[in-house]
Design a protein around this ligand. Structure first.
Ligand SMILES: *[C@@H]1O[C@H](CO)[C@@H](O)[C@H](O)[C@H]1NC(C)=O
Ligand SMILES: *[C@@H]1O[C@H](CO)[C@@H](O)[C@H](O)[C@H]1NC(C)=O
Ligand SMILES: *[C@@H]1O[C@H](CO)[C@@H](O)[C@H](O)[C@H]1NC(C)=O
Ligand SMILES: *[C@@H]1O[C@H](CO)[C@@H](O)[C@H](O)[C@H]1NC(C)=O
Ligand SMILES: *[C@@H]1O[C@H](CO)[C@@H](O)[C@H](O)[C@H]1NC(C)=O
Ligand SMILES: *[C@@H]1O[C@H](CO)[C@@H](O)[C@H](O)[C@H]1NC(C)=O
Length: 511
């Protein structure tokens, strides 16, 4: 029964390839109340890393050890000092909403215990500034930057004690900001946080074990990714229960968790590749969505990971199941999947080997300087969530185009990407998906997780050579603003916007 159902799911994703995405539309084609915004995250944008009582997070430790090619978020875009200027730019652009995250170690420097008044003041000011400009705050509680104090004390996410400390931190945020913040995402993309941070060792807290990562000094790639996600799910569920019992009645907000939702299509139509693609969906999306919707991990994961897969007690399963008002989707691209059964025979395996599938267009996916434009992939993910998980309310919390970070402001590939992907969201909605909002990653060029300041996703360019870190609008900013203000978008509109953009000599910022 299960495998037949799985096959249907994948065939459905495959069919989405043939669908033509809307290429002429305007925001009035979206349902009333649909929210369009843009986002950043604390460590990636704030800077002021050791100012006003903030203590290091695991991300500071990671960058200061040189693991991001020497780049750090010490200054980043200096949003901590420039938030007023930035909110003004958001308002001028016409954003409905701004997605940001709170730095836990700025608000509660020891991870638990006393609240830092300066941290509290900063987030209160930012939220007030947004609201006075008519911009809705969407807040993520933790975006990779766990307080180093908790990592040092007991190992952070791989210890069960994190559940209590995360809930205590969430309590402070709901209490202090919940009168003005209605949208809460607990933890950002726990699936890739665990794969990067506990399997491959390419992101904080850089845990891994040979032969799976490079220069591993501590960790266990075979077991820790699963333990970390397990504790994140329990921490999320505990915070969600607290919110529902103590705050939601009065504050009327919504709480969710985000998933890095990779698009996946089989490399061939063989049954093996189709089943491998379903495993990919189970390991990436099901890892998080199955517990939230059904109260347990997918059967494929339990079977392939075996005794290394943590299990939920009945009580925990009840706590996790249904512990969300929406799912956050983070999506950039789609990969081709090939069956790779050989790896199951190895005694020692990590997450990637457990899937027993490989990505055949690996270079496109991980090393290309720009994402290939495959909008049907996002439509397929939204359709998949609709069919496999009972059509939950969805916010697309991140989607955007990576380009080399340089002074070229005429970012036509980003405009093409956004136009195609937002069109695919419209197509998914027209076919019944309950998607309620879309956020471009990112509002301005930030410190990027994997390559520091080498690439940028911003609608604004930030000039790092200028001590004042001046912001310059890119063509994509004008495109998004045109759309947000009700303009119709089509290939013709892009040409006109481009003409206007170069006429203003904005094409290159120092002209
Ligand atoms: C691993 O460590 C060596 C020696 O410290 C260093 O030269 C190399 O760049 C490191 N590799 C990575 C991927 O960090
Ligand atoms: C990792 O954990 C697994 C399961 O607990 C264990 O069998 C294995 O020996 C550990 N590997 C390392 C490198 O510690
Ligand atoms: C798989 O079959 C579908 C439907 O017949 C077709 O559209 C698609 O191109 C095929 N995919 C591959 C990779 O052969
Ligand atoms: C900047 O990157 C773009 C690709 O997005 C490239 O076309 C352009 O030539 C680069 N410009 C400079 C000044 O390096
Ligand atoms: C649209 O939704 C229907 C019903 O859920 C589904 O059968 C169909 O495959 C979907 N179409 C696309 C293009 O996703
Ligand atoms: C381009 O500029 C002209 C003249 O200012 C203006 O009327 C037009 O609306 C602009 N086009 C777009 C797509 O913004």
């Amino acid at each position: 029964m299960r495998s037949l159902y799985s096959l249907q799911m994948v065939v459905m994703i495959n069919l989405a390839v043939a669908v033509l995405c809307a290429d002429k539309y305007s925001r009035s084609d979206f349902p009333p109340g649909f929210v369009f915004g843009s986002g950043t995250s604390a460590y990636q944008v704030e800077g002021a890393a050791s100012e006003d009582g903030r203590t290091p997070s695991i991300w500071d430790t990671f960058t200061h050890a040189g693991y991001a090619n020497g780049a750090t978020g010490d200054i980043a875009a200096d949003h901590y000092h420039k938030y007023k200027e930035d909110v003004k730019l958001m308002a001028e652009m016409g954003l409905d909403a701004y997605r940001f995250s709170i730095s836990w170690s700025r608000l509660i420097p020891n991870g638990r215990g006393p609240v830092n008044p300066k941290g509290l003041e900063f987030y209160n000011n930012l939220i007030d500034e947004l609201i006075s400009h008519g911009i809705l705050p969407h807040v993520t509680l933790n975006n990779y930057d766990l307080p180093q104090a908790l990592e040092d004390e007991y190992g952070g996410w791989i210890d069960r004690r994190i559940v209590k400390d995360f809930t205590g931190y969430a309590d402070v945020c709901f209490r202090e900001f919940g009168d003005r913040v209605s949208y809460w995402t607990t933890v950002n993309e726990p699936n890739v946080f665990a794969i990067g941070g506990y399997d491959q060792g390419i992101s904080p807290p850089k845990h891994c074990s040979p032969p799976f990562g490079t220069n591993c000094t501590r960790g266990n790639s075979s077991s820790e990714p699963y333990i970390a996600v397990h504790n994140i799910l329990l921490a999320h569920a505990s915070a969600a229960r607290l919110y529902r019992e103590k705050y939601q009645g009065k504050q009327q907000g919504f709480i969710g968790l985000s998933i890095f939702a990779i698009g996946a299509v089989p490399s061939t139509n063989s049954t093996e590749d189709i089943m491998a693609t379903q495993r990919m969906m189970d390991f990436y999306i099901g890892w998080i969505a199955n517990p939230l919707v059904f109260g347990d991990y997918p059967d494929t994961m339990k079977k392939f990971v075996g005794s290394r897969m943590p299990s939920f007690t009945n009580h925990e399963s009840e706590l996790v199941r249904g512990s969300f008002d929406f799912l956050g989707v983070i999506h950039y691209s789609t990969c081709n999947i090939r069956d790779s059964p050989g790896s199951l025979e190895l005694k020692q395996r990590d997450f990637n080997m457990d899937i027993a599938a490989s990505i055949s267009n690996y270079d496109d996916f991980f090393t290309a300087s720009e994402w290939p434009i495959l909008p049907w992939g996002l439509q397929g993910v939204l359709e998949y969530l609709k069919q496999a998980y009972g059509n939950p309310p969805i916010y697309i919390l991140e989607n955007g185009q990576r380009t080399p970070r340089n002074s070229t402001l005429e970012d036509t590939s980003r405009v093409k990407y956004l136009q195609a992907y937002i069109g695919s969201v419209l197509d998914a909605i027209r076919n019944g998906s309950d998607t309620r909002g879309y956020f471009v990653w990112s509002f301005l060029d930030v410190f990027e997780l994997l390559d520091g300041y080498e690439s940028g996703y911003g609608l604004y360019y930030v000039d790092l050579d200028d001590p004042d870190l001046k912001r310059y609008p890119k063509l994509s900013r004008d495109w998004y603003s045109h759309f947000l203000n009700g303009g119709s978008v089509s290939p013709d509109a892009v040409i006109e916007l481009q003409k206007n953009f170069s006429a203003l000599s904005q094409g290159h910022f120092f002209q």
